[in-house]
Design a binder for this molecule. Structure first.
Ligand SMILES: Nc1ncnc2c1ncn2[C@@H]1O[C@H](COP(=O)(O)OP(=O)(O)OP(=O)(O)O)[C@@H](O)[C@H]1O
Ligand SMILES: [Mg+2]
Length: 251
């Protein structure tokens, strides 16, 4: 499974979902690769000290002599590897202007890994530009985190339109695995209304598991740990474990 975590809206829980799903998949014993495509590098920083990484996804995209296998580093968690991002990725679009194969670079790099990883999780940046397109073209599946907030559904039309375009030509196989509601506060009536609204729009695409608001989920990256080792008894650990089960069932 090559699973993109995408939503062009910022701060909706993409990175939190990517790091904890990747960890959950790795903990099931399957070699798992987490690719960070966000110039902010948040998912890289959640597992490694990126100052120690010699090269990053930026080099993979722009330098013909650097391949995905060259930038992959092990995380402290067994079975988990990271392909890190750096701020340089922010200038990728301007570097690749006019390159006809630009949207296919990640797909080609993943093909060259030749099934070394049972699972690949891709953390996308908050934009629908070339990086997210590379992720969608390379993926078998897509997971969309939607934050439980008043403006939750704003912008999802643009996202769905982009997904449809990718499906028409470069990647007809791409499957929307589901929508996960994040940062949910079940105590408020507003949050319950929003959940209902999201379920009305996306129907059974919405995962049964809802990710609650949890300080533990915010804290764990600072300790370079997933929620499963940082706070194994927390709601976040239980919920991301359940989400992983649903992901595997649907894939
Ligand atoms: N379930 C949660 N409960 C509490 N805080 C959360 C939860 N999920 C994410 N957060 C926090 O909300 C912020 C945004 O989350 P995150 O970085 O995962 O979103 P993102 O979609 O990757 O953001 P960006 O678009 O900037 O890449 C972070 O500070 C994160 O720790
Ligand atoms: Mg992020």
């Amino acid at each position: 499974m090559i699973l993109s975590i995408a939503n062009q809206k910022g701060g909706v829980g993409k990175t939190t979902t990517a790091i904890n799903l990747a960890a959950a998949l790795a903990m099931r014993g399957k070699p798992t690769l987490l690719i960070d495509l966000d110039p902010q590098g948040n998912s890289s920083m959640s597992f490694i000290d990126i100052r120690t990484a010699m090269r990053s996804m930026y080099d993979v995209f722009v330098d013909d002599t650097v391949h995905l296998a060259h930038v992959i580093v092990p995380a402290t968690l067994p079975n988990l590897s990271i392909a890190p991002a750096r701020i340089a990725l922010a200038k990728l679009e301007s570097r690749l202007v006019g390159e006809l194969d630009a949207p296919f670079r990640l797909k080609d790099e993943l093909a060259a890994l030749d099934g070394q990883f049972a699972n690949v999780v891709i953390d996308c940046p908050p934009a629908l530009g070339l990086l997210t397109i590379n992720a969608l073209v390379a993926s078998t599946h897509l997971l969309i985190p939607i934050q439980s907030s008043y403006f939750a559904l704003e912008g999802t039309d643009d996202l769905l339109e982009t997904i449809e375009k990718v499906r028409q030509r470069p990647n007809p196989e791409l499957k929307i695995l589901g929508v996960v509601i994040t940062m949910h506060d079940k105590r408020t009536a507003l949050a319950r209304d929003i959940q209902e609204q999201i379920r009305k729009v996306f129907g059974d695409k919405v995962f049964r598991t809802v990710i609650s608001k949890s300080v533990r989920l915010e804290e764990s990256p600072a300790y370079r740990e997933s929620i499963f080792t940082f706070a194994p008894e927390s709601s976040g650990a239980t919920e991301y474990y359940r989400l992983c089960e649903e992901v595997i069932d649907r894939a």
